[in-house]
Design a protein around this ligand. Structure first.
Ligand SMILES: *[C@@H]1O[C@H](CO)[C@@H](O)[C@H](O)[C@H]1NC(C)=O
Ligand SMILES: *[C@@H]1O[C@H](CO)[C@@H](O)[C@H](O)[C@H]1NC(C)=O
Length: 233
């Protein structure tokens, strides 16, 4: 060993491989008393049990997404101004959005839910409208509880893609309602960390199709959709 150190870096490698393991095992044998085998097994068993519990909890409390459905959209007003080159839209839409919990194991906690409407990936209503209620506790699927929100969206002379004029001429306008917020899985007193929600509900509004929308009190056309939304983490 002494010789190796004096010879410098190259020999240090050799030194590590040969000398150290031998030294440490000898030391272990000398200083440590015989391990108590029984308590060793108990410790190992407890460790494995803890690991299983953690894995089960992580699996059970992991992100299971609520199922959102866009039930209907009522178009109160939808006025595009065809000024060239800018096209602007003044609109007022009411929607009914529901969410169910598909899990039989855990309840869902919703936090800070909010929504907005897009046309061709551009906001056409105020950036975000809080859903009422924004926070909600929903029990497991076995209780068949459904949460429902009826947000109202409005945009005033919002600049939009000129494609809107063609769509209006064709008689169908596709919009997307985004729902954002956070959700957690809950089992009794246990709560998972919240994960963020970005739900997209696509609505195809057939303005031009006679009878597709039902006139509602207060003015406007109600389109029944009942379409599942898409979840994205
Ligand atoms: C557009 O606005 C006018 C009033 O400015 C209103 O009478 C009309 O119903 C609106 N059209 C639509 C489709 O909302
Ligand atoms: C609007 O949505 C409908 C149904 O999803 C689809 O068939 C149609 O092609 C869409 N139109 C446009 C202009 O994107």
């Amino acid at each position: 060993m002494l010789v190796n150190y004096t010879n410098g870096l190259v020999n240090n490698l050799q030194d590590n491989h040969e000398a150290k393991p031998a030294a440490s095992t000898a030391k272990d044998k000398d200083t440590k008393p015989n391990p108590n085998r029984y308590s060793g097994y108990v410790l190992a068993g407890a460790f494995v049990l803890c690991l299983i519990v953690v894995i089960v909890l992580v699996t059970v409390l992991g992100p299971t997404y609520p199922l959102f459905i866009l039930e209907d959209v009522t178009v109160r007003s939808f006025n595009a101004s065809a000024g060239t080159p800018l096209v602007t839209l003044t609109s007022h839409l009411d929607a009914t959005i529901s969410a169910g919990n598909p899990s039989r194991i855990h309840a869902i906690g919703y936090h800070g839910l909010r929504a907005y409407v897009e046309y061709q990936s551009q906001w056409i209503t105020a950036p975000e409208v809080p859903l009422s209620p924004p926070d909600l506790y929903q029990s497991t699927a076995s209780h068949r509880s459904t949460a429902t929100w009826t947000p109202s969206f409005a945009g005033d002379a919002v600049r939009v893609s000129p494609a809107l004029l063609q769509d209006l001429n064709a008689g169908v306008v596709n919009v997307t309602i985004h729902v954002k917020g956070r959700v957690r899985g809950i089992i009794g007193a246990l709560k998972s960390a919240p994960w963020s929600l970005d739900v997209r509900c696509r609505a195809s509004l057939p303005f031009g199709k006679l009878g597709a929308g039902v006139p509602v009190p207060g003015g406007g056309l109600k389109f029944a959709l009942g379409k599942p939304c898409f979840n994205r983490g």
